[in-house]
Design a binder for this molecule. Structure first.
Ligand SMILES: Cc1cc2nc3c(=O)[nH]c(=O)nc-3n(C[C@H](O)[C@H](O)[C@H](O)COP(=O)(O)OP(=O)(O)OC[C@H]3O[C@@H](n4cnc5c(N)ncnc54)[C@H](O)[C@@H]3O)c2cc1C
Length: 365
C-alpha cells in the first residue's frame, strides 16, 4: 500500500478529493492534513463581507468530502517537511511518512510592520480573517474607521466590500493605502474604472507604504498619520517558514519550485499547486485562478506517479480573467487590457463562483 499525503485543503486539493470521490485509486492510502474542517473560497469573501452571502455559501466542508473520497482527515497544520526522509510533521507532534506528497497550503502574509495601536486583521489565514471581521462588525457597527493596506485585486475588493457594509450599517470610513500603486499588472482601463469606483464609494486612496503606530498607521515618506480603529492587511504573500528547512528546491521567491506537471524540480515524488508553488519554467502571478486550474493536473499527475505512469504536461495560461466585486452587486471585468463593468458582471461572477462551490458539496450522509 502506498501513501499519498495531501498537505493543505487548498483549491487544487478540492479537485483531488472530488476525483477520488468519483473513483478510488487502488493500492493507495490517502491522508489529508489541514488545520480547518472547511476551505473558505476567497473569491466569494468580498461578497460575504458586503453582506451578499452567508459564510456557509463560501466554504467547502472538507470532512464530508474526504469521507466520500475515502481519505483520512487529519485536522492539523503541517509544521515541517523532511523531503530527504519523505516525512511530514504536524503542529500536533504527529509524524507521517509518505510515498507521494502534494502541497496546497497556500501562502502567508508578513504584517509585522503594520502592528500598532489599531486592531490588525491580516487577510490570511482566511479563517482568522472572517472571525476577526465578524467580531469587528459586532463590536463597533457604526462610525468605524478602517484602513486597507494593499492595492492589489484582493485589497481593492476588500476595501469596496467593507465600505459597502459599513454604509449599510450606518457609516464609518475606509482608506486604502496602496504602496505599490493600484492593481499592478492590470490594464490602464481597469485601473481607471477601479479608481472611479473607489471615488464614488467615498474611499480615499493614499499612495505610499504604511507602518503601524499607536494612532493607527503612518505613511512612510509623507509621514502622514492615519487614525484608524482597524487595519485590514492584504499585502504581498510570503512562503510558509518551514519550507526553508524542507530540503525541497525553492524558487527565488521562496515558494516550492515546480516544473511541468506541477512536480518539484528537486524531488520527483513531491508536487505542489496554488500559491505555495512557483512554476520556474512558466512563471505566473499568484491567484486563485491558477490554484483552481492546477487541481485537475495535480489529480491526474498524482494518480499517474503512484501508478508509475508518465506525467501529463501542463502549461498555465498566460492571461487570467478577473471579476472584481465592487461592493454592491456589481463587478469590474479585467481581461488583458480590456475592462468592462456592470451588474451583469456581478451576475456572471456569482454564477461562476456558485457553480465552483457546488462541485464540492457533499449532501449529509
Ligand atoms: C479577499 C481576497 C479575494 C481574492 N479574490 C480572488 C479572485 O477573485 N480571483 C483570484 O484568482 N484570486 C483571488 N484571490 C487570491 C486567492 O485567494 C489565492 O491566490 C488562492 O486562495 C490561493 O489558493 P491556494 O489553494 O493556493 O491557497 P489557500 O486558498 O490559502 O488554501 C490553503 C489551504 O491550506 C491550509 N493550510 C494552510 N497552512 C497549512 C499548513 N501549514 N498545513 C496544512 N494545511 C495548511 C489552509 O487552511 C487552506 O485550507 C483573493 C485573495 C483575497 C485575500
Amino acid at each position: 500500500m502506498k501513501r499519498l499525503v495531501l498537505a493543505g485543503g487548498g483549491h487544487a486539493h478540492l479537485d483531488v478529493l472530488k476525483t477520488l470521490a468519483a473513483g478510488r485509486w487502488p493500492g493507495v492510502e490517502v491522508v489529508l492534513v489541514t488545520p480547518y474542517p472547511r476551505q473558505i473560497y476567497s473569491g466569494m469573501v468580498p461578497g460575504w463581507m458586503a453582506g451578499h452571502y452567508s459564510l456557509e455559501q463560501c466554504a467547502a466542508a472538507l470532512v464530508p468530502l474526504a469521507r466520500a473520497a475515502g481519505v483520512r482527515f487529519v485536522e492539523a497544520a503541517v509544521s515541517a517537511v523532511d523531503a530527504g526522509r519523505r516525512e511530514i510533521r504536524t503542529d500536533r507532534g504527529e509524524r507521517l511518512a509518505y510515498d507521494v506528497l502534494s502541497l496546497a497550503v497556500g501562502a502567508g502574509l508578513d504584517v509585522s510592520e503594520l502592528a500598532g495601536g489599531a486592531r490588525l486583521l491580516p487577510v490570511r489565514p482566511l479563517e482568522s480573517f472572517v472571525a476577526g471581521w465578524s467580531e469587528l462588525l459586532a463590536s463597533a457597527p457604526s462610525g468605524l474607521r478602517l484602513a486597507v493596506v494593499g492595492g492589489g485585486a484582493g485589497g481593492v475588493e476588500l476595501t469596496l466590500a467593507a465600505r459597502h457594509r459599513l454604509q449599510a450599517l450606518g457609516g464609518g470610513s475606509v482608506t486604502l493605502i496602496a504602496g505599490g500603486g493600484l492593481l499592478p499588472g492590470h490594464g490602464a482601463a481597469v485601473v481607471h474604472r477601479v479608481e472611479a469606483a473607489l471615488a464614488a464609494a467615498g474611499v480615499e486612496v493614499v499612495p505610499g507604504f504604511a507602518a503601524g503606530v499607536a494612532e493607527g498607521l503612518q505613511v512612510t515618506g509623507s509621514g502622514r498619520l492615519i487614525a484608524v480603529d482597524a487595519v485590514l492587511a492584504a499585502t504581498g504573500v510570503r512562503p510558509p517558514a518551514w519550507l526553508t528547512t524542507s530540503g525541497l528546491a525553492l524558487a527565488a521567491d521562496g515558494f516550492v519550485a515546480v516544473g511541468d506537471g506541477q512536480r518539484s524540480i528537486s524531488h520527483a515524488e513531491v508536487f505542489a499547486g496554488g500559491d505555495v508553488a512557483s512554476r520556474v519554467d512558466a512563471p505566473h502571478g499568484k491567484s486563485g485562478v491558477y490554484a483552481v486550474r492546477a487541481g485537475p493536473v495535480l489529480s491526474d499527475n498524482l494518480r499517474r506517479t503512484l501508478a508509475g505512469e508518465p506525467l501529463r504536461p501542463y502549461r498555465p495560461q498566460r492571461r487570467t480573467l478577473y471579476l472584481l466585486a465592487t461592493g454592491p452587486r456589481r463587478a469590474i471585468v479585467s481581461w488583458g487590457g480590456f475592462a468592462a463593468e456592470g451588474a451583469w458582471a456581478w451576475r456572471w461572477k456569482d454564477r461562476i463562483d456558485r457553480r465552483f462551490m457546488r462541485q464540492y458539496h457533499v449532501p449529509p450522509a
